[in-house]
Design a protein around this ligand. Sequence first.
Ligand SMILES: NC(=O)c1ccc[n+]([C@@H]2O[C@H](COP(=O)([O-])OP(=O)(O)OC[C@H]3O[C@@H](n4cnc5c(N)ncnc54)[C@H](O)[C@@H]3O)[C@@H](O)[C@H]2O)c1
Length: 241
Amino acid sequence: MSILVLGANGYIGHQVVADLVANDNHVVAADVAFEHVPANVSQHFTDLTKPETIAALFDSLRDLDSPLDGAINLAYPRNSQYGRSLFDVTYESFCENVSLHLGGFFEFSKLAALFCQTQQRPFSLVNVSSIYGVIAPKFEIYNGTEMTVPVEYAAIKSALIHLNKYFAAYMKGTRFRINSISPGGILDSQPESFVQKYTENCTGKGMLDANDLFGSIRFLLGAGSEFINGQNLIIDDGFTL
Ligand SMILES: NC(=O)c1ccc[n+]([C@@H]2O[C@H](COP(=O)([O-])OP(=O)(O)OC[C@H]3O[C@@H](n4cnc5c(N)ncnc54)[C@H](O)[C@@H]3O)[C@@H](O)[C@H]2O)c1
């Protein structure tokens, strides 16, 4: 397959790039930074918050030797005030984060759908949502840490799941598919007390590693999921049960 990865430089993104390459896929990496992306992977500067750079990206991918089969959006745009607790979030900051993140995913999805129409071949888009787009936060597991689930995150990631359904229905009769994954927390040096409380809410491992997502991502991108459309695949070791 030939796959575009947006957010390719991120904690999860650069590991997804490595997995796709290791499984003999051609990968196009897009992000605003590239230090974690291998030099032999083609790199395209793309700012999700600047529609003209997304348009330029898709324009540049029209005549690839191995035409694009799909894309995964793992970008995580946010402003400098992101991550505050509820009553410290201003109206302006809330709106800005929704615009940067949800607005960006909207524009990327729209241009991917248009790209698919003009290419006249199947295209599978995977948008990355979160368990916190599915259930309300379990705030108690964050007690005693500086961490929280930002209110914008809940609004953005839940809206993204429904946006996918809208796109899937609108694109009926085309070869465009759009699905999301909702990962649980990915282990990345979080405080031990939090990890322990998080794990108590799971059925086995607890917090996941990025490589726990790889099989689901390749499945949704590939032909094996041809008739799965507008769905959200929760990968969370039972956290949302
Ligand atoms: N890490 C987790 O525990 C977790 C859990 C569930 C869902 N997710 C979701 O997975 C995705 C990736 O998470 P992560 O932990 O790898 O995040 P990250 O912050 O490590 O990586 C995000 C990437 O997005 C890029 N980015 C930021 N702003 C951008 C912009 N304007 N345009 C283009 N790229 C931009 C960054 O450069 C970075 O490479 C996010 O959407 C996140 O919400 C993460």
